[in-house]
Design a protein around this ligand. Structure first.
Ligand code: DLL
Length: 433
């Protein structure tokens, strides 16, 4: 029995009461212990005692990634270092990494949340979990690891990389759950094939995939190639790591947010105004139980919407829809806004190409130029009549028709695009150099 599970089906009013009480305690604590928050609250004219009802959350100022950078490395911690037992960091492609800390109680909270996540994703104590998320400063590996142990499952701490050896382990240890990024999963499938193994013949039942954006089409592709049920898991280091939200394997339709620990909001990224349920905007989180590194109204830059509809699984927690991209990932190509995930959806409609792609953006004179590199699949080689030029023209036309942006499509040989052991690198924006 996983402790805390009773929060998942609470009536909404009961949940709101718990949230308010935990929020008040958190606000009081950060005001007393983190100079950054005290200063921000004073500037906004807010005292902890002003938080009297759930809507009062909106009176609090936002926290941004830049605020965390300004307080690098430990300036946002709300406890003395004596009480910090673990440190993680997110690699950040620009600037300094974001550093987060955990007390012993935070580690226990996180393990419980991950046990609940794995259970929602289909895992039980009888399962063997092949954990191919990277171990180290990244939160994926250790986050899943502690959750799996708390659940009572057997965890194989294989981490990312050494892919051929992973295939041997999968064959011999017969794991039933795979945890990895969706892009690394596709790489595992390819490498298995190279050594003459069909992934569908392995013993997996469920895959718990996240840490990067992926599309519904990508889910179909992975399920088809692996014969497992694929669920989406979401999280970020600043909020705790994985275990912020997950799909239930029953519905696979939106990710239940663990609202007894994190309060989600959706805002208009330009104005900061609250957006109604159902409308897409920037996801904001407030943590209400963390000790070492609480965050108040943290702007994630992830774009999604919230769905309050009841779910067939019986959980009363709000669902967030699949993250479609990040505000800072959005490419503006000659004035048109494009997310890599939208290009992915177009590519995944085409049988002739594989779900391995990279977007290259350059500036030629004053004009933006988008090049889509995509790998050819086997089907492209058997389809002699139409030829490669026809395929690239068709992709260009679909991108133009669906997204309104012109792109040069370059078909590259199978395996030409570098594989990642963790998060895939989908965009190379040379304009930023
Ligand atoms: O990626 C934590 C994690 C590990 C989540 C394992 C799921 C599984 P960070 O490295 O801090 O933490 O990166 C967080 O990754 O703000 C999103 O932009 C993106 N991301 C994470 N999960 C998803 C997902 C981990 N399911 C950043 N769909 C987040 C889309 C995701 N994007």
């Amino acid at each position: 029995m996983i402790y805390d599970m009773e929060f998942e089906t609470l009536p909404r009013e009961a949940l709101a009461a718990i949230q308010l009480q935990r929020l008040q305690a958190t606000v009081e604590r950060v005001y007393a212990t983190v100079p950054f928050y005290r200063k921000k609250f004073l500037e906004a004219g807010i005292k902890p005692s002003d938080i009297q009802k759930p809507e009062d959350l909106r009176k609090l100022p936002f926290t941004t990634k830049q605020d965390l950078r300004d307080n690098y490395p430990f300036g946002m911690f709300a406890v003395p270092m004596d009480n910090v037992v673990r440190i993680h960091a997110s690699s950040g492609t620009t600037g300094k990494p974001t550093v987060v800390g955990y007390t012993a109680r935070d580690i226990n909270t996180w393990a419980t949340l991950m046990a609940r996540s794995l259970a929602a994703g289909g895992a039980t104590r009888g399962d063997i979990i092949h954990n191919a998320y990277g171990y180290g400063l990244f939160t994926g590996g250790l986050g899943v690891h502690y959750g799996a142990e708390k659940l009572g499952a057997s965890v194989i701490p294989v981490s990312g990389g050494n892919t051929k050896r992973q295939i041997v382990i999968m064959k011999d240890f017969k794991p039933t759950i795979l945890t990895a990024t969706p892009s690394y999963t596709l790489h595992l499938v390819d490498v298995a094939m190279e050594v003459g193994l069909d992934f569908r013949d392995l013993s997996f039942k469920f895959g718990i995939f996240g840490a990067e954006p992926w599309s519904e089409k990508m889910r179909e592709e992975i399920e088809k190639k692996t014969n497992m049920i694929a669920v989406d898991i979401y999280g970020l280091s600043e909020v705790i790591g994985p275990g912020v939200a997950i799909e239930c394997h029953e519905a696979k339709k939106g990710l239940h947010v663990f609202e007894d620990h994190f309060i989600p909001e959706i805002i208009d990224p330009d104005t900061g105004e609250a957006m109604p349920h159902g409308q897409a905007g920037e996801l904001v989180f407030t943590s209400i139980t963390k000790e070492a590194f609480p965050v108040i109204r943290y702007r994630t830059r992830d774009i999604t919407s919230l769905n309050p509809e009841p779910c067939i699984c019986g959980r009363s927690m709000l669902r967030m829809n699949r993250v479609s991209g990040r505000t800072d990932d959005m490419l503006i190509i000659r004035g048109v806004n494009v997310f890599p995930s939208q290009i992915e959806s177009v590519l995944m409609e085409m049988e002739e190409v594989e779900p391995h792609y990279q977007l290259i953006v350059d500036r030629e004179g004053n004009l933006d130029k988008l090049t889509v590199n995509v790998e050819l699949g086997e089907k492209a080689f058997t389809d002699e009549v139409k030829g490669l030029q026809h395929i690239s023209q068709k992709i260009s036309k679909n991108i133009k028709d669906y997204l309104g942006v012109s792109a040069t499509v370059k078909l590259v040989e199978p395996k030409a695009i570098a594989r990642s052991e963790g998060k895939a690198v989908r965009v190379i924006d040379n304009r930023k150099l």
